[in-house]
Design a protein around this ligand. Sequence first.
Ligand code: 5GP
Length: 170
Amino acid sequence: MGKGTLIKGLLERVPGIHVAVSATTRPPRPGEVDGRDYHFLSPEEFERRVRAGEFAEHAVYAGNRYGTLRSELDRPARAVLLEIDVQGARQIHGQRPDALLVFIAPPSLDELERRLRRRGADSEEQIAKRLAAAREELAARDEFAHVIVNDDAERALAELERLVGKIVAR
Ligand code: 5GP
């Protein structure tokens, strides 16, 4: 299963977590809702908010911009979960050294490619860009204190639950 399913499972098991809604310039996929899945922004609006200092972190991933708005970090929750790329994680780590950083790794690049194709949402060009980005991200996994390989869904979820359970209890 993908990262999204893993996070959904986590929310069912550990109460009190707010999942930050990121902003992005990529177009919505069928079924995605503005304000729930992402804040879908035009490139101009995204840039305006960068300049206004509204982002805690932002990055370019597979040709589109993504970022976490500062307002998402101040939610009254036991924990705020960011599902972001490696560049974003580095920026958050710089500002919040107490953040729990977990690298969720696909079982392999071949399996990731199969998942992307099965989802059927991406063009060949997007798939190529995403695989290139994933290869780069995998090379950075040693920067993370925790790595969870997302091969066996139940085991991956149990590992994530254990790590996150510790921080919501502290
Ligand atoms: P997708 O387009 O599949 O929804 O997301 C593509 C990538 O963008 C994922 O690897 C995801 O972790 C990353 N991403 C999503 N939101 C953010 C964000 O707010 N900041 C950063 N840096 N990356 C993000």
